[in-house]
Ligand binder design. Structure first.
Ligand SMILES: Cc1cc2nc3c(=O)[nH]c(=O)nc-3n(C[C@H](O)[C@H](O)[C@H](O)COP(=O)(O)OP(=O)(O)OC[C@H]3O[C@@H](n4cnc5c(N)ncnc54)[C@H](O)[C@@H]3O)c2cc1C
Length: 284
């Protein structure tokens, strides 16, 4: 059981981890290995105090090193679901389950746009998890839709089970390591539905039939991540303590709204850690 699970390894997440450690709490920062955080692509930052003219990557590495040196833990994986259970939280991280006393959402502002029909068929022909559902498609025909290298890695596993695997890139990424079985498809997926023959993937080059469709994205829609979480558009409303509408769940950084800036993310991460510490102390 971790004291604070921090979702996202951007400035808000690392700042939260540093303050959590200052308070003597265990803190695990969770994000996909192939990080999608915005700051990594920034060539030069000039408006963060004390670190002039650094690249986004250099700044993130400095935040990370400081947090890890203070005892924060890092865990790789996309958080798929958070479930409040009996006074604490269960987190489904790829294929692992983690438990935490409090959760800080520091997931940035990037929100995936789902295909029409995707959410409706999730668990009924559409899957986000190769390890959990791959066995159901042994000897069958599947499509893999992916926005990142994760799809390439999971295709390596799925190729050992299925008979046919069509690979669709939702965003450009390196597909050199796809297994031999995979067929790279140029068509653009538009929607998912089902008919009497199975799952239908509608593309700009016509409909294609599959037994199952695996989708790998770099982020999760907020409603699917944590049901009952109040949102305003694609942002999470918080009070001055960074408290969301769910007790024990705090949010910090770009995911709480404008301005989308590093200094604001770092400050909110700090406040979220202090508030989470207060929440845990009250719980005893
Ligand atoms: C090109 C560019 C230049 C910029 N320049 C500046 C600048 O000069 N000055 C400035 O102040 N700001 C700048 N910004 C904005 C700045 O990058 C953001 O405000 C800042 O990164 C926000 O930090 P954050 O921690 O809230 O989110 P992010 O840095 O976006 O980090 C979000 C993290 O959450 C992770 N994540 C998301 N969903 C999940 C999930 N379901 N499970 C696990 N992990 C998840 C992501 O992988 C990532 O690690 C720039 C942005 C860009 C794109």
């Amino acid at each position: 059981m971790i004291d604070i699970a921090i979702i996202g390894k951007g400035p808000a997440g690392w700042s939260c981890a540093i303050t959590a450690r200052m308070r003597g709490l265990s803190a695990t920062v969770i994000a996909p290995r192939n990080d999608t955080g915005w700051l990594r692509s920034a060539e030069r930052i000039d408006n963060y105090p004390g670190m002039p003219q650094v690249s986004g990557r250099e700044m993130l590495d400095a935040f990370r090193e400081q947090a890890l040196a203070m005892g924060a833990e890092e865990h790789h994986g996309l958080v798929r679901q958070i479930m409040p259970t009996g006074g604490h939280f269960m987190l489904l991280v790829e294929n692992d389950v983690m438990e935490a006393g409090a959760v800080v959402l520091a997931m940035g502002a990037a929100r995936p746009k789902l295909l029409p029909g995707e959410e409706e068929h999730l668990g009924r022909g559409v899957s986000y998890c190769a390890t959990c559902d791959g066995m159901f498609y042994r000897g069958k025909r599947i499509a893999v839709l992916s926005s990142s290298m994760q799809g390439v890695e999971e295709s390596g596993f799925l190729a050992g089970l299925v008979s046919e695997l069509d690979y669709y890139s939702l965003k450009p990424h390196n597909t050199d390591d796809l297994p031999d079985l995979a067929v790279r498809c140029e068509a653009k997926p538009n929607a998912i539905s089902r008919d009497e023959q199975g799952m239908v993937l509608a593309t700009d080059q016509g409909d294609r039939h599959y037994d199952g469709i695996f989708v790998f994205r770099a982020a999760m829609p907020l409603g699917m991540l944590l049901s009952d979480l109040k949102t305003e558009g694609s942002f999470i409303p918080v009070d001055r303590a960074m408290q969301t509408n769910i007790p024990g769940v705090f949010a910090a950084g770009d995911c709480t709204g404008q301005p989308l800036q590093i200094a604001k993310a770092v400050g909110e991460g700090n406040v979220a850690a202090i508030s989470a510490a207060g929440f845990l102390a009250k719980k005893g």
